[in-house]
Write a new protein. Structure first.
Length: 484
């Protein structure tokens, strides 16, 4: 019996010791939120109403599949899926995603390359289209950290440190890429706005535009004016092709919407003489001069309010020149320099590699050279566009510190006031208690005094009586002696 008891205790002791080990092993198990787990592209099949969907799996922009409103696309896999990645080939409309009995509404942001995260594992999902559209590619991913080339876009900025206006996709990289890589890499909020789109001319360039921005480190989705891409070789010809007022309105709307601290745009001379570059640059100059005036395009003033941009830079502008240093490795760009990141981004514009343009800071179209066209905060003394500028993030931190300081001051004041009230209350309470106890003390003292007086009187009375008795006894004794 004693042996069984000892053995039981030993087993219990071993179980207790094993609990922490089991807990550690459980904590090492992968979870959907564990960043150490790398997601991988899953093998999938795609079906839709008997359509040939092979072109959706070849990772090529040259093959697309057209779908009609109401079409359903089924994606299946033997692996557990946690995300679907769609590259649309047209302007995106809302659509729905169904899986595991749930329905998710997507497409409201208009992202051409759209990744949708699934809240739980599934091996089958259905895409339902609300409008006719073409799709270039569909891929799916397992749980974990996504590969870097999967684009998970953020919405356009609410407020932008930099608002960069480019006439076309690739202009943003060739001529303004030094700004995008340098300041996007520093963590500034950078919003890109394109004047022209290519859906009706060269839709592949819309994909290249998005790929180039992602490669250079921009994460807020760009906006576009929707102007057609029509080449011209002078400002005058560009004003015949485009409505100059409409271009200015587009620029002004975006200035008031994004409230940029700094605006950057292209060369007034159109770099190599492109009229669209010229009309955009001139529109930006005129708009920053007038965007604080409510009478200048009043509709956007009513919608967003007016705004005065603190600094505006033009590519290759000859006055107040600065030259960005594009040879510093940037941690957020994989330790590439701004020049290297911009060069890699331009390679994403595959259709444009037939031309002689290069990304460089050492030729006539250098993406490092700019001039300060307008400032409300003073001229530059160095080569940093952020000179004299406090970014929105820094402003927020300063405001938080200010509010924290005010809150601490108020708290300290309240604590001091509470302490004073507590001290006063204690004194008053003590005094009140002391005052309340005075009658009791007096009564006790009087009773004590009365008892003492009574005792004294009693003692005196007894002594007096004893003296009388003694005298009487003495007298009686004398009388008795006389008789005898």
């Amino acid at each position: 019996m004693k042996k069984i008891y000892t053995l039981s205790l030993l087993i219990l002791f071993c179980i207790i010791l094993s609990v922490p080990v089991l807990a550690d092993e459980a904590s090492d198990a992968p979870s959907s939120a564990d960043n150490s787990v790398l997601s991988k592209q899953a093998s999938i099949t795609v079906k839709s109403n008997g359509k040939n969907c092979k072109g959706l799996l070849d990772d090529s922009y040259s093959t697309v599949v057209k779908f009609n409103s109401g079409d359903e696309i089924t994606v299946e896999s033997d692996e557990a899926l946690r995300g679907i990645y769609i590259k649309w080939h047209g302007e995106v409309n809302p659509w729905t995603l169904s899986y595991n009995g749930k329905t998710k509404y997507c497409g409201e942001n208009g992202f051409v390359h759209e990744y949708v995260d699934l809240e739980e594992d599934t091996t089958s999902l259905t895409i339902t289209l609300s409008e006719s559209i073409s799709i270039s590619d569909i891929s799916a991913y397992t749980r974990g950290t996504l590969p870097e080339d999967v684009q998970v876009w953020k919405k356009p900025c609410k407020t932008a440190d930099f608002l960069v206006f480019a006439a076309h996709a690739d202009d943003d990289i060739l001529f303004l890429g030094g700004v995008l890589a340098t300041y996007g890499g520093k963590g500034c909020s950078v919003q890109v706005a394109y004047m022209c789109d290519f859906w009706n001319k060269e839709p592949v360039r819309e994909h290249e535009k998005i790929d180039g921005l992602w490669e250079i480190g921009i994460r807020n989705y760009p906006v576009c004016g929707g102007f057609a891409d029509i080449k011209s070789l002078s400002l005058e010809r560009a004003k015949e092709i485009y409505s100059y007022d409409e271009v200015k309105e587009f620029v002004t709307d975006n200035i008031r919407r994004f409230k940029p601290l700094i605006c950057v745009t292209q060369d007034l001379n159109g770099e190599y003489g492109h009229g669209a570059h010229m009309i955009l640059a001139n529109a930006v100059c005129e708009s920053v001069d007038n965007s604080s005036d409510p009478a200048y395009f009043p509709e956007s003033a009513d919608k967003y309010g007016t705004f005065d941009v603190q600094k505006t830079y033009l590519h290759l502008y000859p006055d107040n020149k600065i030259r960005l240093d594009l040879h510093i490795p940037i941690e957020t760009l994989g330790k590439r320099t701004a020049l290297e990141a911009a060069s890699d981004a331009y390679l994403k514009h595959v259709s444009q590699q037939v031309w002689d343009f290069v990304v460089s800071d050492n030729y006539e179209h250098s993406c490092a050279e700019f001039g300060l066209y307008r400032t409300t905060v003073g001229t530059d003394t160095g080569n940093d566009m952020l000179e004299n500028i406090i970014t929105y993030e820094a402003q927020q931190k300063l405001e938080e510190e200010k509010q924290a300081s005010i809150a601490a001051s108020i708290t300290a004041s309240k604590e001091a006031e509470s302490l004073a009230q507590y001290t006063t209350s204690n004194k008053t309470s003590a005094l009140s208690k002391k005052t309340d106890s005075m009658p009791v003390i007096i009564i006790i003292l009087l009773l004590f005094l009365a008892i003492i007086l009574t005792i004294i009187c009693a003692v005196k009375y007894i002594r007096s009586k004893n003296k009388r008795l003694s005298r009487k006894y003495a007298q009686n004794k004398k009388k008795h002696n006389r008789r005898n």
